[in-house]
Ligand binder design. Structure first.
Ligand code: SF4
Length: 441
């Protein structure tokens, strides 16, 4: 067993977990095979948040079966949320799978591999006590950027969401462990950290009273760590966005001027059915307060269309929320019923053609507003963390502003460096520009 290949599906938490899976496998002496067909061990780190994620996985599992038929010595392990939710039927449904593990038991893949070398197959990790992937070694995608897990699981009960079922109740990592990791990362040359949690801003509530730290306090502590230039966090919940967090964002120099604030809908009636625990007015006043107190803030969101019972009027409310909040960007989704979620058995499921018509109108509006806001940056100079060559034009470089906008630009900076870029053009999702070469003093 010499080489592995990890395919990641889904969210940033899975991206983080995959870096840990790779770190663990490399500690066991395996090397990475860039291509699936060159791997002795194939690992799929899966997602089950929407139907689409599962159909993508099914295609990958089919390909893995063909590769295993061609080489029976090859192994296939499936982890993440789909594995967790399908724990009872996975091997029956996909007999090509040799080992499976949940998002809270990644370490068991390593233990199984050691055992496998002596011949054990077709088992699911015991799924015993959930353990933080953050305790495992890692192999980072980029040496200058890092995910830092601050909690796992979620205590919210959004009626459409399967996360609490697959990732369990919220457990926060002790603040000292998070800070120790941030200090080590900074010492290792990491310039940008992203604090990760399913509901990152409810961090700390479950910690023992003596150790309890709020997310705002944690953010301030991370801001005091030398060497960290930029701090981001995801994914927050509007109900937990309080004035102490807004103040920390406004006052901490390294905390970037970007907040991802999932609204999900603009209709208070639908928000109630989603069990989001805030209404339209509360969301809009929160967005206004954040824009007022955090200069130059970029606000992005998540929006679902076609939630059961959504009327034309409800959908119009979502459109008007987008206009009023003037988002800098949005992830838009068509409602997809999930196993054992409350919403899946609600009446008045919206017909597919109506969902499609609504998502098209929503995307059009989101893009027109985001385009307008990006065009307003033309002529400005942005600080960009260079990530590497542009994906669309090899003569250009690519990076991200503090407002989390992708910039493709002409320049000489290296990956991992901070560059000043003058914005010359914009689309609804990216900026284009040229590096401002500062003249030597
Ligand atoms: S806050 Fe709601 S949508 Fe987000 S992970 Fe928790 S239950 Fe799911």
């Amino acid at each position: 067993m010499r080489r592995y290949n990890v395919t990641t599906f889904g969210c940033q938490m899975n991206a983080h977990d995959s870096e840990r899976i790779k770190g663990m496998l490399e500690e066991l002496g395996l090397g990475e095979a860039p291509r699936l067909e060159d791997a002795d061990l194939i690992v799929f780190n899966t997602c089950t948040i929407r139907e689409k994620a599962e159909s993508r996985l099914a295609a990958h599992l089919g390909l893995a079966k063909a590769l295993k038929d061609a080489d029976p010595g090859r192994l296939l392990a499936v982890g993440g949320c789909f594995a967790e939710v399908q724990r009872e039927h996975l091997f029956e449904q996909f007999p090509q799978v040799d080992f499976a593990f949940g998002p809270g038991s990644i370490a068991e893949l390593g233990e199984w591999l050691k055992a496998e070398r002596n011949g054990a197959r077709g088992s699911f990790g015991s799924g015993g006590e959930r353990r933080f992937a953050a305790e495992l070694p890692f192999r980072r995608e980029r040496p200058f950027q890092a995910w830092v897990q601050v909690s796992m699981g979620c205590n919210s009960v959004c009626s459409y969401c399967i996360v609490p079922t697959v990732r369990g109740k919220q457990i926060s990592r002790p603040a000292e462990k998070v800070l120790a990791e941030v200090r080590a990362l900074a010492a290792d040359g990491v310039r940008e950290i992203t604090l990760l949690g399913q509901n990152v801003n409810s961090y700390g509530r479950d910690l023992p009273a003596a150790e309890r730290v709020t997310f705002a306090e944690l953010l301030r502590s991370c801001d005091r760590v030398d060497g960290v230039e930029r701090i981001r966090f995801t994914s927050p919940h509007p109900k937990d966005f309080r004035s102490d967090l807004i103040a920390a964002m406004a006052e901490c120099e390294s905390v970037c001027e970007h907040a991802h604030l999932p609204a999900q809908s603009g209709s208070s009636r639908i928000l109630k059915a989603m069990r989001r625990t805030y209404d339209r007015e509360r969301f809009l006043s929160l967005a206004a307060e954040m824009r007022e107190r955090i200069p130059d803030l970029a606000l992005t969101t998540d929006l679902i269309v076609g939630f059961p019972g959504e009327t034309g009027e409800d959908f119009e409310q979502t459109l008007s929320l987008v206009e009023q909040a003037a988002f800098d960007g949005a992830y838009t989704f068509v409602y997809s019923p999930r196993y054992d979620t409350e919403a899946a058995s609600l009446p008045d499921q919206v017909p597919e053609e109506v969902k499609r018509e609504r998502i098209e109108r929503l995307i059009e509006l989101v893009q027109s507003i985001a385009g307008e806001r990006n065009r307003a940056r033309i002529g400005s100079t942005e600080q960009v963390l260079v990530e590497g060559p542009s994906r669309t034009d090899e003569t250009l470089l690519r990076g991200r502003t503090r407002r989390n906008t992708t910039v493709n630009f002409a320049g000489t900076a290296k990956a991992g460096e901070l560059a000043e870029v003058r914005v010359e053009n914009a689309t609804s999702t990216t900026l284009r520009g040229a590096q401002v070469v500062s003249s030597p003093a």
